[in-house]
Ligand binder design. Sequence first.
Ligand code: PEP
Ligand code: MG
Length: 589
Amino acid sequence: MSQTRTLSGLPASPGIAIGEPVLIENRPLPVIRVAISPERVEEEINRLREAAVRVGEHLAALREAARARMGAEFAAILEAHRLLLFDPALTDEVEAVIRRELVCAEWALEEVVRRFLQRFDQLADVYLRERQVDLLDVAAHWQRELQGKPQPQLANEQPRVLLADDIPPSQAIQLAAGSVIGFASEAGGLTSHTTIIAKSLGIPAVVGVEGLVESARRGELVIVDGFEGHVLINPDPALVEVYRWREEEHRRRRQELLQQVHLPAATTDGHQVRLLANVDLLHEVESATLAGAEGVGLFRSEFLFMQTAPLLPDEDTQYQAYRKLLAAFPGLPVTIRTYDLGGRKLAREILGSMENNPALGLRGVRLSLARPDFFRTQLRALLRVAAEFPGQLRVMVPMVAHLEEVRAVKILLQRLAQELREEGVTVPPTLALGAMIEVPAAALLAEHFARELDFLSIGTNDLTQYTLAVDRANREVARTYRPFHPAVLRLLERVITAGRRAGIPVSLCGELASDPLAVPVLIGLGLPEFSMHPPALPVIRRLIRGISLSEARRIARKALSFASAKEVEEFLWESFSGLLARLQVRVRV
Ligand code: PEP
Ligand code: MG
């Protein structure tokens, strides 16, 4: 009998999942140029065609599953992919390359796709340029089939544990509709967007697990331990028992905390802060209200685009989505962030080409200002909805580094408000406009930004990435991704102080807001608003109610005096592990 195999990674989303695995390989497969003899040409072309038929069947099955679970829009995307597979413009050219250059089908396909992409880049039509993603998707399926690799299969009737090499955010949003109870991946970091989605959905996850896909086998039981960051393959029955018990304890504790969400988030000496929710997908609204969210500190609007990609959501679709969000939190602040596309989030689809260094490329507000067509649609939808919910909407701009970017957004908003007025649409007299402070340059100049804006929100996920020059999603450098680095803490202090002096709210919506070791420091620095994935809210409320402001101030002062992340982490652990154990708060929530 084979034994338990334990692999380790980063504990990305807390909880335990036990089930059979679904294996997914998403990374592009390597393609080798194999020369063939003229006699083998017809055989090779047959192999290409047969693979296309199988992919077509697979896509048709996916289309029907998507129609049933997610609606006609998703089904239409898959149908477009299927049709492309039999488009003679593509298939004839691949066959011609096999004949002319006497190469294997895999190489011919790769070569033709490469040439098509070059041609796409020269197209002026945005809609056609966006067809690239369809082509790449179809080609990836086809290539997998030719090489005898399994096709990614997320739609599954049975509860399953997803094991993958990499899960892009666009695929992660499908988890919301599916039966995935936990996942683990080889790629990813603690603040990558796929991790953030898993946390929001309350799905236990471990990322950065080396050798995962190779070790897993279909049919063998898997345990994903999102607390400790372990994946156990083929676990011993006694271990399964232990983990089932832990899973049950976790559920019991969550229920207990959910009974206390109506209590104020106030320290033992009466200092109160506001707890807000980060919402990525609209159906998280329910869990956010159940968890006692006092509004929304971050709605990642770009996820709306991921659901309709490759088409952009139109003004009415956005208006309806924003309305739903605001209506769910009557009288409370709701912060909608304008598109933060680019980086790993649909860069290829929206830009029409790959960037060498996407995290430093056309991302966030830069992309929005460079493509005013789609930004305009979003701002119009926001203005329309703001009028219906007076004083509730906060509009937040991501990735600002220059004051001029903020000013350009203001001018655009004024113009669009005028345009809407002329169309007879009611617009609000004022609109709260704020910015994400997630680029060190903006943090250093926070007092200037604070003077021109109505609120600030600190994005520690990116602020850490850019301050320490560490890719937030790269497993290889995950150990040096340390938000407790004193350089990051000093920037936080600066931004919080600038907000206080200017008399405007400052919130923190990066993952640090839900890190129990960071909470006392943030309270001590005077942060007035914390925003986090809904499942973390009850735990953080409990923690805040167990500490005092005076002690938190002392802790914050001391933390700022250290010279390295390690010193800060050790100090916080020594100071708080006892309290956390007493309150039954795990270090990662
Ligand atoms: C951040 O950068 O901290 C943030 C909240 O935004 P995102 O994670 O979407 O980049
Ligand atoms: Mg960010």
